[in-house]
Design a protein around this ligand. Structure first.
Ligand SMILES: [Zn+2]
Length: 260
């Protein structure tokens, strides 16, 4: 393969992968929304469909990486065109990053809206079903419905023990996580932008600090959004925050320019 042929077939592959990924995501958007089962409060069919989408997208990414490694890079290096090589590789990397960002954006939107619908359905069910044992008035459990607690009846003041059933408990993570992701998506995008800037300006301490601030702002808002739904999470806030920052510090620990 000549140099020109290599670059031409590389461009063709990238365009093809870009179009295929777009088609997968467009189809997934329609399919997943349809698969959410509100009647049975079941997000599993949708989650399974999304897992299949992720596998398909991963296949595309692998194809790009493999073609680069096996077919394109050797031709460019054989011709000793190192600037061309770096530029062409960046095109592939940029495409893979864009696919990942689009995938993540769609996931946050789709699952966020699904969580909103499930959460609304759960609340409506509980408002209808959970009654005072003394006077049968409706109990106000809708705002904190995932954990057991004592609830005073607004009519007769009797204290009732409320405990969500297993079906409700099983939805806690899905609702909390995806509602929090949806609510904090602007901060997450800001973190992605800061992280991209950091990556492009290698070993620039100011860019690292900006990325650190952006990630922490996102992590704090995400955890606060979960606490708004399940106040019990407050107790582990510090540990959870550390957990969400850990990968960042681990990565920066390898840079000699990083000063915490
Ligand atoms: Zn009552």
């Amino acid at each position: 393969m000549t140099l020109t042929d290599a670059i031409r077939s590389w461009d063709a592959l990238l365009a093809e992968v870009d179009a295929a990924a777009m088609a997968i995501l467009t189809r997934a958007e329609a399919d997943c929304a349809r698969l959410l089962d509100l009647k049975n409060l079941d997000p599993l069919p949708m989650s399974n469909a999304w897992t299949a989408v992720n596998t398909q997208l991963l296949g595309l990414t692998t194809k790009v990486e493999q073609t680069w490694r096996e077919k394109i890079q050797p031709v460019l290096e054989e011709a000793e065109q190192y600037d061309d090589r770096d530029r062409e590789r960046q095109k592939g990397d940029a495409l893979i990053r864009r696919l990942e960002t689009n995938r993540e954006r769609l996931e946050v939107g789709l699952f966020g809206v699904a969580a909103q619908r499930l959460y609304a359905q759960l609340r409506a069910d509980l408002v209808r079903d959970v009654r005072c044992t003394q006077c049968f008035a409706a109990l106000p459990v809708g705002d904190r419905l995932f954990r057991a607690r004592q609830v005073a009846c607004p009519q007769c003041q009797a204290v009732n023990a409320f405990a969500p059933d297993a079906k409700v408990t099983a939805l806690e993570y899905f609702c909390c996580h995806h509602l929090a992701r949806l609510e904090t998506r602007a901060l997450y995008e800001a973190w992605l932008a800061a992280e991209g800037k950091m990556r492009r300006s290698a070993d620039d301490l100011a860019a690292m600090k900006a990325a650190e601030r952006a990630l922490e702002a996102y992590a704090r808002a995400y955890l606060a959004a979960k606490i708004a739904i399940v106040p019990e999470y407050e107790a582990t806030f510090d540990t959870d925050l550390k957990g969400k920052m850990a990968f960042f510090y681990e990565e920066l620990g390898r840079s000699t320019a990083w000063r915490p």
